[in-house]
Design a protein around this ligand. Structure first.
Ligand SMILES: *Cc1c(COP(=O)(O)O)cnc(C)c1O
Length: 361
């Protein structure tokens, strides 16, 4: 089955094999080596200086990393401006509510681009705002938000920027060097092609060390995890097999030419999907300029029902993904993350053609 949903992704044979690596104890040097390798490789993807940045590993899916990032890095008395143009921005609002972090969320529609001027107006008029939180790639619609524009605003006003980069880290450029970004949350099982169950936050050491991080959770306390991991230990039982797989997946990414090559590969696969579907009369939700290379959303053609489309494609070995929330069954999404080849895309387009081209009687 070829998974075209935005994570978990199809694993390579080598990554799958790594899941059955020998049993080890997380209090032994073998685990310390594995953990150190993975943390260092995560920084390596964006060539980040380990003096300035650190990667803190967590058990859980991407949401755990986003929640740990918000809950730890926004100090007591802080306030977040959350950019919401999709499900994942709205999820951060829900987290802020539960964590009792004051926030404002300027309204954006789900198809809207991020309004950097509106963000600037809020920052200028509300001095309590200490952080901005934004989703880099809003997987709801496939939109790649203009992170650089928001980072520039944050840098100018010395406000922290917390990024949900769960579905972009490892493929899309992230301007770590330009300043502005405080932390990015992501997971093993999207653009990094690992198995699901491990997540991480790449964060400026200074933000963890000097700004007296808040403790709003025992388990999702980034500072605590970081302290233990820096001492080559772990705060709690880590997902050992998943980290073996991530270690292998990160090595594969390097062997394949690193992040830039991965982006090129997604771009080629996504371009083929888009051109093929447009030729069959399917309408993309966003232009390719607005979309990430990771995922695109398309409108379900009027004469088709999402359930039928999904079932037909599943019968041919492909899993597509429905829209979320209000976009529900009017939209379907295709991600090109994971072990997917051009030949898979060609077979996918054939399967689409069967269901979209009326049978000749
Ligand atoms: C997948 C994803 C998440 C995390 O979802 P999980 O179900 O916890 O893996 C968060 N943000 C974005 C933008 C995502 O695409």
């Amino acid at each position: 089955m070829i998974l075209l949903n935005p994570g978990p992704v199809c694993l390579s044979e080598e990554v799958r094999k790594a899941l059955t690596s020998p049993d080890i104890c997380h209090r032994e040097p073998e685990f310390a080596d594995l953990q150190r390798r993975v943390r260092s490789a995560l920084l390596g993807i964006y060539e980040l200086d380990p003096q300035v940045w650190t990667a803190v590993l967590l058990s859980g899916s991407g949401t755990a990393a986003v929640e740990a990032m918000l809950g730890t890095l926004v100090a007591r008395g802080g306030k977040i401006l959350i950019v919401t143009n999709g499900v994942y921005g709205e999820r951060m609002c829900e987290m802020a509510e539960i964590l009792r972090i004051p926030f404002v969320a300027p309204r954006h529609g789900w198809n809207d681009e991020l309004d950097a001027d509106e963000v600037a107006r809020h920052l200028a008029s509300d001095e309590q705002i200490s952080h901005v939180a934004v989703v880099h790639h809003e997987t709801t619609t496939g939109r790649l938000n203009d992170l650089a524009a928001v980072a520039a605003q944050c840098r100018r006003r010395r406000i922290g920027l917390l990024v949900d980069a769960v579905s972009s880290f490892g493929a899309e450029p992230i301007g770590f060097d330009a300043g502005g970004i405080t932390a990015c949350a992501a997971s093993a099982n999207k653009c990094l092609h690992g198995a699901s169950g491990a997540a991480f936050v790449v964060v400026r050491r200074q933000a963890l060390e000097s700004e007296t991080p808040a403790r709003r959770s025992l388990y999702l306390d980034l500072a605590n995890h970081c302290r233990h991991q820096d001492q080559l230990s772990t705060a709690f039982t880590p997902p050992i097999q998943i980290l073996y797989a991530l270690d292998r997946a990160l090595a594969e990414c390097r062997e394949q030419g690193g992040r830039a090559a991965r982006r090129e590969r997604y771009l080629a696969l996504a371009g083929r999907v888009r051109r093929g579907l447009v030729a069959l009369g399917v309408e993309p939700v966003l232009s390719s300029e607005e979309s990430s290379v990771v995922l695109s959303a398309f409108r379900v053609p009027d004469r088709l029902d999402y359930g039928q489309l999904h079932a037909h494609l599943k019968g041919n070995g492909f899993i597509i993904y429905a829209g979320q929330g209000a976009l529900g069954r009017k939209v379907f999404r295709i991600s090109t993350m994971g072990e997917i080849t051009m030949a898979d895309i060609d077979r996918l387009l054939e399967a689409f053609a069967q269901v979209l081209t009326p049978a000749v009687s």
